[in-house]
Design a protein around this ligand. Structure first.
Ligand code: ADP
Length: 483
């Protein structure tokens, strides 16, 4: 069911294509609206404003010598006819910008009676009068269609003014305010071509873009499928645009981590089964010997069985501890305790190991806040490792150093050290640097992982520095609590 749902979903290629197509169509519709549908209204609006502002500049310059220049520039640049009359409707000047054919449409404007009317209306309206006419010129009165094509809409704008010498004047501006049909037709044809070209271009671009975006994802998906089937050697191509390259990079990281986990898991099964089998074999072996040969029932043999059973317990406990710690089910205490004292107490237990030279130095007693038992576990693990891996001189040097409000505990040994490239791995679960040697004696590969988890819980820093052939220093730091 889910699978079918997935199949029904549209692929990225078609989504991009769809989005692109809609976007293009929207732009085209907008273009059509503005260029074709609203063109008339826009043109009228602009033209009317032009006429108004021309009338104003005439009024501004009427007293100056620039008047004629202004009139000429208006006639030339704006195709507006200008007439200047007095208040009695007598025409003083006429400036016709349009071809006479069109100018003739305004013939009634020549009637003084009409002009006086216009003057009066303009005066009563605060100096301006505007008249639009669809058929013929203003003042033509009634339709004047020639039957072949609609007459352009015309506008008449009157503006009254008083000259500085007291003469009352009226500027009468007339013009066509319908866009020229030829221009509109050209625009329409052009737009049709543009629409077709744009649509084809959009389709081509969308397909290219969609391919470009979807193909790397498809490739990553195929590789991820192989990864899911257990092929951890796959490599995701970190090519293409940034997001995909980043995704591929993350997937590569995930693949390498998976592969590492898989190796660790295999090692774990090998290690754990080995670690469990060795003590179990010993226990079974010794028990059988003791059962069959009464003389072998010695305290030493019983001790071997006890030791092996203890090792098994440690191993199982370590595994349990770690899984509890990491699952977060184990709560930990937060209380102040004397860390120095705690370390001293732990080291007392090592005093039985007389052949080891374990030294401890502390500059002062410090108190920290945390779970004393768990911090002790950290310390135990580090000291145990140092004892296990230290060199033939059997030196383990422990130092407690106070600096900048923190206490640092260092555990030094003189062992073989750890190769630099392994320093990060040793904190992983079940990781062992040297898998061949000493394994029977060495622990579970869980110790440092437990250390790491506990210190992470406490927000403490930790680390290791090691020099091959010289030894290693494991350290951790905790905040000091002032008492
Ligand atoms: P183990 O129980 O095997 O010691 P740990 O998690 O404590 O597991 O340590 C992981 C690995 O780190 C060890 O197997 C060992 O190879 C390496 N290691 C830890 N402590 C030391 C040390 N003091 N000197 C050298 N190698 C060490």
């Amino acid at each position: 069911m889910k699978h079918r749902d997935l199949l029904k979903r549209i692929g990225i290629k078609w989504r991009i294509f769809g989005g692109f197509a809609i976007f293009t169509l929207l732009i085209l519709v907008l273009l059509w609206m503005f260029q074709v549908v609203f063109l008339d209204n826009f043109y009228k609006f602009i033209k009317t404003n032009e006429i108004r502002s021309s009338a104003e500049s005439l009024v501004e310059t009427m007293n100056s010598d620039d008047f004629i220049d202004t009139v000429n520039s208006i006639c030339q640049n704006t195709q507006i006819n200008i007439m200047v009359t007095n208040e009695k409707g007598q025409i003083l000047y006429k400036f016709f910008a349009m071809p006479t054919g069109i100018a003739e449409r305004f013939s009634r404007v020549n009637s003084p009676l009409y002009l006086t009317q216009v003057y009066d209306v303009a005066e009563s309206q605060g100096g301006t009068y505007l008249e639009r006419s669809q058929h013929g010129g203003p003042g033509m009165g009634g339709p004047q269609r020639d039957g072949r094509m609609a007459e352009p809409e015309t506008i008449l704008y009157a503006r009254t003014a008083v000259k500085s010498d007291g003469t009352k004047l009226m500027f009468l501006l007339t013009s066509n305010i319908s866009p020229v049909t030829a221009t509109v037709n050209t625009l329409r044809v052009q737009l049709t071509y543009i629409t077709v070209i744009m649509l084809i271009l959009a389709l081509v671009l969308a397909v290219i873009l969609a391919r470009h975006i979807s193909q790397p994802i498809v490739r990553i998906n195929q590789t991820a499928g192989r990864l899911a089937h257990g092929d951890y050697d796959v490599t995701f191509e970190e090519k293409g645009y940034r997001e995909v390259a980043e995704l591929a990079h993350t997937m590569n990281y995930a693949a390498s981590e998976l592969s590492r986990t898989e190796t660790l898991r295999r090692d774990l099964i090998a290690n754990v089964s080995h670690d469990l089998r060795t003590p179990l074999t010993m226990i079974t072996g010794y028990s059988e010997v003791m059962r069959d040969l009464p003389g072998e029932n010695t305290p030493e043999n019983v001790q071997i069985i006890i030791d092996e059973a203890t090792r098994l317990t440690t191993l199982v406990n370590d595994m349990l501890d770690l899984s509890k710690l990491q699952s977060g089910t184990q709560t930990y205490l937060r209380e102040n305790f004397n860390l120095t004292q705690s370390l001293r107490t732990i080291l007392l237990r090592y005093s039985k190991l007389t052949d080891y030279n374990i030294t401890f130095s502390a500059d002062c007693d410090v108190t920290v806040c945390g779970d004393e038992l768990k911090i002790s576990q950290v310390f135990y693990n580090l000291v145990n490792n140092a004892i296990t891996y230290t060199g033939p001189d059997k030196v383990v040097d422990i130092r407690q150093i106070v600096h900048d409000g923190k206490v640092r505990v260092e555990v030094r040994d003189t062992g073989e050290g750890i190769p630099q490239d392994k320093l990060n791995d040793i904190w992983d679960r079940y990781y062992k640097v040297d898998k061949e040697h000493k394994r029977a004696q060495i622990g579970t590969g869980l110790g440092l992982s437990i250390v790491k988890t506990i210190l992470d819980m406490h927000g403490g820093a930790y680390g290791v520095s090691s020099q091959e052939g010289v030894g290693s220093v494991f350290w951790f730091e905790l905040d000091i609590v002032e008492e």
